[in-house]
Design a protein around this ligand. Structure first.
Ligand code: FES
Ligand code: FES
Length: 156
C-alpha cells in the first residue's frame, strides 16, 4: 500500500505493508532510531511518538493508519529546538541512566508540558504512567519534568 504522511515536517511517500507496526517502519525503513522497541505490545512506552500531536505507542499502530497524518519523533523535536529544555532538565536532574526509555519519556513530557506548563507532580506521574524505566526509580524523571516545566515557564 502506498501511504504518505508528514514525518518531522517532511513529506514521506512510502510503499509499505499497511499492517507493519509504525515502530518498525520508522526504525527499519525510515532510519528513525530514537524510537525503541521494548515490549512490542503497548506496555513500556519506549516506542512513544506523537501522531497528530498525541502520544501513542508506535508498536501498536499499523503503518497504514498514519496515512495523511502527522508523526513526530524526538529527531523532529530536536531539530526544531522544541525539546531542548526537557533534555537539559533530564541531564541536570540525573534522570538518564542507560537511556533506553528516555526518548519515550521525553515525548510524553513534551506532550504534557505543551498543554500544561505548570503541572502538579501527580499530573506529571499520570502523563508518564505508560512509560517504564528499569534504571532510575522514576523520582529523578519526575524531578526532571518539573524542572523542565520551570525552564519552559522562565523562557516564555
Ligand atoms: S515497545 Fe511499544 S509500548 Fe513497549
Ligand atoms: S534509564 Fe534505563 S530504562 Fe530508563
Amino acid at each position: 500500500m502506498k501511504i504518505n504522511f508528514i514525518l518531522n515536517d517532511n513529506i514521506v511517500n512510502i510503499d509499505i505493508r499497511p499492517d507493519k507496526p509504525l515502530l518498525r517502519m520508522l526504525r527499519e525503513d525510515l532510519g528513525i532510531k530514537s524510537v525503541k522497541e521494548g515490549c512490542g505490545r503497548g506496555e513500556c512506552g519506549s516506542c512513544t511518538v506523537l501522531v497528530d500531536n498525541k502520544p501513542v505507542a508506535s508498536c501498536m499502530v499499523p503503518a497504514g493508519q498514519v496515512h495523511t497524518r502527522k508523526v513526530t519523533t524526538l529527531e523532529g523535536l530536536e531539530s526544531s529546538g522544541e525539546i531542548k529544555q526537557i533534555q537539559d532538565a533530564f541531564v541536570k536532574s540525573g534522570a538518564v541512566q542507560c537511556g533506553f526509555c528516555t526518548p519515550g519519556f521525553m515525548i510524553s513530557a513534551y506532550s504534557l508540558l505543551t498543554g500544561n506548563p505548570n503541572p502538579e507532580r501527580e499530573e506529571i506521574r499520570a502523563a508518564v504512567s505508560g512509560n517504564v524505566c528499569r534504571c532510575t526509580g522514576y523520582t529523578k524523571i519526575i524531578d526532571a519534568i518539573e524542572l523542565a516545566a520551570e525552564y519552559i515557564r522562565r523562557f516564555k
